[in-house]
Write a protein that binds this ligand. Sequence first.
Ligand SMILES: [Mn+2]
Length: 424
Amino acid sequence: MILNKSQIDAHNDKGLARHKKSFDYIAGELVDTEGVIKKLVDFQVAIPSWALGNGGTRFGRFSGGGEPATLEEKMEDIGLLHQLNRSSGAVSLHIPWDIPEDAKAIKSLAADFDLKFDAMNSNTFQDQKDQALSYKFGSMQHVDKAVRQQAIDHNIEVIKYGQELGSASLTVWLADGSCFPGQLNFRNAFNNTLESLQAVYAALPEDWKIFVEYKAFEPNFYSTTVGDWGQSLLYTSKLGDKAYTLVDLGHHLPNANIEQIVALLLNEKKLGGFHFNDSKYGDDDLTVGSIKPYQLFLIFRELVDGMDARGMNHATDLGWMIDASHNVKDPLEDLLQSVEAILLAYAQALLVDAKALSEAQQNNDVALAQEILQTAFRTDLRPLLAEARLRAGGALQPLQLYRDANVRKELINKRGAVTVATGL
Ligand SMILES: [Mn+2]
């Protein structure tokens, strides 16, 4: 379902007077309001094709109705999100859940919705129907060379799909590891995985990047073959200049200092992209910023600082993607909230007085350093985000308009109450 421009205009007209009051106030407080707005307008977050339906846990799954059943419907849902917030202008596709059978038609649909294709995602963490060999005991790490080759071939196939769509990066997340002590020879598993990744790397087009994502645990519970940023960095360093580490916020052990990890990866020119989500315990699927917004801000502060130090373009030099699953919320509402949280943390990070912070650090003025960070974090920048959306043609309050337009009800009428998105 796509909204009429008049629906967006009517919504904005209704909220304009109130918005203007709060925006004028904050604009008067800031040093470089226009500069921040420009950066917010440019910043786009890719929506994963697997996040548009309700996920579940191993205990159960509760469908919300009206889920997209085809890739075309998923594109339409992302198109709607982008219409509302003008910051969701990219899709991250999962193969084989969302194979573009007719790449030309999918590309043209993407153009209609003003969407680009961000990183492609391969899948060797589950067995597909008609698959010759099983990944039960791993894929790229597997003791059997034939299984490793099957995983390599799949990744190369994913690159080909991506090339047809204009993507320029591949994300590899491996579930490889072991559930029990003694199950796996760690060194062999590492070396097999490296050799497999090298075969995929050799097939990577000249202008492509490969992202190696790490995860501390799950589905394996004893060891994971790409278990942390150190292991990912080992692989990407050995692979070459087109290989980067991908940080998924939910893939760390509790209390990990993710902002420090990000700072060091950027320093080593090895940070490639992000998967945003939030977590409280051991999951990796909650709405971005719903549990630890201060941590998200601190991460963005390191991103902005590290990217500026290297003259990088905030909007285009790293891959920004959401990776989440929605168990109890409407997925589209959850995604609107996630994108808003990402942009809010980014805007707050842009607000940090970098010069003053650097001086405080030089002077070992710990209290002042904290004041500088928290002054930015505690400034309510939501009116600034709304202004950026307004100027880009989006809605002042995307979630409100989504509800006022009865989108979910319309989708259920059109698609049915019991559809299940592919891959879920
Ligand atoms: Mn991820």
